[in-house]
Design a protein around this ligand. Structure first.
Ligand SMILES: [Zn+2]
Length: 185
């Protein structure tokens, strides 16, 4: 699989007008295939793999919020990175997730070919399906290399997407509290 991908990268290097036998490029197809496989490793994992039992009983019904989760993904239109932060909150109904697991759920979906809107929704739905929370909120703020390095070259534009489920959709107060907490420095 990786050998085949390396072969494709070699062809791309040729199509770009480069010499794949030049010293600096000799191992590039292999390295690029390895990097690409790493960046897309989310396809090889399931939600169950990632959570692996780290779901704990708790009687809290207060909002749990994990903010500023580093996010690295690849846009499915250009295969270029988009980079930013995810903020995730949920209202537990008896079960809470291990802290690191929220970040791992973000990675599970970010390490695939994505558009930011779908990524936001997939994270929210996954947190909901695992915790059965009364509400889930996800906000992603990201910069897209396909905008910054090509096309319109808008270097400072940040795209923000949000998905609100359950209590966060129904209650303006809960939504407001979440939004204030992620804006606080
Ligand atoms: Zn793009």
């Amino acid at each position: 699989m990786k050998d085949k991908m390396a072969e494709h990268f070699r062809e791309i290097i040729i199509d770009l007008g480069e010499d794949p036998n030049r010293e600096g490029l000799l191992d590039t197809p292999k390295r690029a295939a390895k990097a690409m496989s790493y960046l897309c490793q989310g396809y090889a994992l399931s939600l169950e793999d990632v959570v692996s039992g780290a779901l704990f009983a708790s009687d809290t019904d207060e909002m749990v919020i994990v903010r500023d989760i580093e996010l690295y993904s690849l846009c499915e239109h250009h295969l270029l990175p988009f980079i930013g932060k995810a903020h995730v909150a949920y209202m537990p109904t008896g079960k809470v997730l291990g802290l690191s697991k929220v970040a791992r759920i973000v990675d599970l979906f970010a390490r695939r070919l994505q558009i930011q809107e779908d990524l936001t929704k997939q994270i929210a739905n996954a947190v909901h399906s695992i915790t059965q929370a009364a509400g889930v909120a996800v906000v992603i703020e990201a910069k897209h290399m396909c905008m910054m390095m090509r096309g319109v070259e808008k270097q400072n534009s940040v795209m923000t997407t949000s998905v609100m489920l359950g209590a966060f959709r129904e209650s303006a107060n809960s939504r407001q509290e979440f939004l204030q907490l992620i804006r606080r420095k």
